[in-house]
Write a protein that binds this ligand. Structure first.
Ligand SMILES: C[S@@+](CC[C@H](N)C(=O)[O-])C[C@H]1O[C@@H](n2cnc3c(N)ncnc32)[C@H](O)[C@@H]1O
Length: 213
């Protein structure tokens, strides 16, 4: 992904510390406090510009959403979307998602979303894929038993790899779609990348993996 440097992004993120959580580790186990209410907690990894996250937050006002995104020049657009929409059920974390188990306590999260993550197609880069077993261990730790990991990609190779990886790790697979945009699904909120790929006629793959631990 090409990331354009935006020198003003950091100060804008700092100005909105009510929405962009500055020390996520300090809130592990107590995210309901950040939202000032008890509600299911859903977390998106690699939120990008926030189209999916804000779309979900609008559609499901009774759920608390957290988006994690590494690049400030990208997450700043997600912040602007939250401000424009006046959403009070979204918080953002501008950090590496590798810190997931420090940001959230064991069994704190009801659902995770992983949308169009980098496929890292070379075998020697397997450990960088966000569906590699070391990441799954983190997802399983923060997810409640029966919690859902929702995964979408346009990349067939990554999808096949991920199905195997989820299954080997003990996640139970359900609602697998090999062509989401031609399936009878009523419940799909489209991401930025998804729109671009679908417009080019690429298939969108989707599955849900249930945490059984
Ligand atoms: C290909 S983009 C997809 C963006 C969005 N999910 C979508 O579907 O439109 C992947 C995003 O994940 C972010 N990302 C990749 N690795 C990450 C990590 N370890 N922690 C947080 N964000 C990450 C990237 O910066 C990028 O914005």
């Amino acid at each position: 992904m090409r990331v354009r440097h935006k020198p003003w992004a950091k100060s804008k993120l700092n100005q909105h510390s009510n929405l962009v959580v500055q020390s996520p580790k300090d809130h592990s186990g107590e995210w309901y406090d950040i939202f000032h209410r008890e509600a299911p907690l859903h977390v998106e990894i690699g939120t990008g510009k926030g189209r999916f996250l804000t779309g979900m937050a609008k559609k499901y006002p009774d759920i608390n959403f957290v988006g994690i995104e590494l690049h400030e020049s990208v997450i700043v657009t997600a912040l602007q979307r939250c401000l424009d929409e006046g959403l009070d059920n979204v918080r953002l974390i501008n950090e590496d998602a590798r810190g997931l188990t420090e940001f959230f306590a064991e069994d704190e999260v009801d659902a995770l979303y992983l949308n169009f993550c980098d496929p890292w197609p070379k075998n020697r880069h397997e450990k960088r894929r966000l569906t590699y077993s070391a990441f799954l261990a983190q997802y399983e730790y923060v997810l409640k038993k029966g919690g859902l990991l929702n995964f979408k990609t346009d990349n067939q190779g990554l999808f096949e790899y991920s199905l195997e990886s989820f299954s080997k790790y003990g996640f139970i697979l359900q609602n697998i779609s090999l062509d989401l945009h031609h399936a009878k699904t009523k419940d799909n909120v489209v991401t930025e990348y998804e729109e671009k790929f679908a417009e080019k006629g690429q298939r969108i793959y989707r599955c849900e993996a249930i945490s059984s631990e």
